[in-house]
Design a protein around this ligand. Structure first.
Ligand code: FES
Length: 169
C-alpha cells in the first residue's frame, strides 16, 4: 500500500521531465498505465513508492491501483536492482523440474540474498511466477534474455557471459 505523504521532490527532475514528455506523447495516458510504468522503470531502474505516487497523480489514477499493477506483474520492481536482474521462475512447471536448485545456485555464486544487489552492483536475483515458457522449464532470465532447461550446473556459465560483456565494454 502506498502512503500518500511520500516526497516526490526526491525524484530526479531530469528523469521526470523525460517521463512527462513520454506521458504527454500518449493519446490516452490514463489507459496506458502499464506502458507508463515500463517507461518509468526504464528511466529510473525501479519503481519506488514516490515514483508510483507521481505516476498516479500524473495519470489521475488511484495510487492503490497503480501499486496493485506494479506488485502484480513480476517484471516491475519496487526495489533498486543490479544492472542485470536474474529472474528464476518458481511457477509449478519450473519448480517440479528443479528451479529451486537453480535459484540457490544463483544466490550462492553471487553471494547475495534474494532481491539484494551484489557488491559490484552488477546483479540482483529474484524469483518470479510463471513467465509463460513452461515448455522450457526450468527457466531463468537475465534481463531480456531467457534461458530454458537450465540446471544448477549451467548457472555459472550464464552469469559469466554477463560478467564478460561487462569486461568487454
Ligand atoms: S512455470 Fe516457469 S515458465 Fe511457466
Amino acid at each position: 500500500m502506498i502512503k500518500t505523504n511520500l516526497n516526490i521532490n526526491d525524484l530526479d527532475k531530469n528523469l521526470l521531465r523525460d517521463l512527462d514528455s513520454y506521458i504527454e506523447s500518449l493519446e490516452d495516458p490514463k489507459g496506458s498505465l502499464i506502458n507508463v510504468l515500463h517507461r518509468a522503470q526504464m528511466l529510473f531502474g525501479y519503481l519506488p513508492h514516490n515514483l508510483q505516487l507521481y505516476v498516479s497523480r500524473k495519470l489521475d489514477l488511484n495510487a492503490a491501483k497503480v501499486n496493485g499493477v506494479v506488485t502484480f506483474y513480476s517484471f516491475f520492481t519496487e526495489k533498486k536492482t543490479g544492472k542485470y536482474v536474474v529472474s528464476v521462475c518458481m511457477g509449478t512447471a519450473c519448480y517440479v523440474k528443479g528451479s529451486e536448485k537453480v535459484l540457490e545456485k544463483c544466490l550462492t555464486l553471487l553471494d547475495v540474498e534474494k532481491n539484494e544487489i551484489t557488491k559490484d552492483g552488477l546483479f540482483s536475483v529474484k524469483d518470479v511466477r510463471c513467465i509463460g515458457a513452461c515448455g522450457l522449464a526450468p527457466v531463468l532470465s537475465v534481463g531480456e534474455k531467457v534461458y530454458g532447461h537450465v540446471s544448477a550446473d549451467m548457472v555459472e556459465d550464464i552469469l559469466n557471459k554477463f560478467r564478460g560483456d561487462e569486461n568487454d565494454s
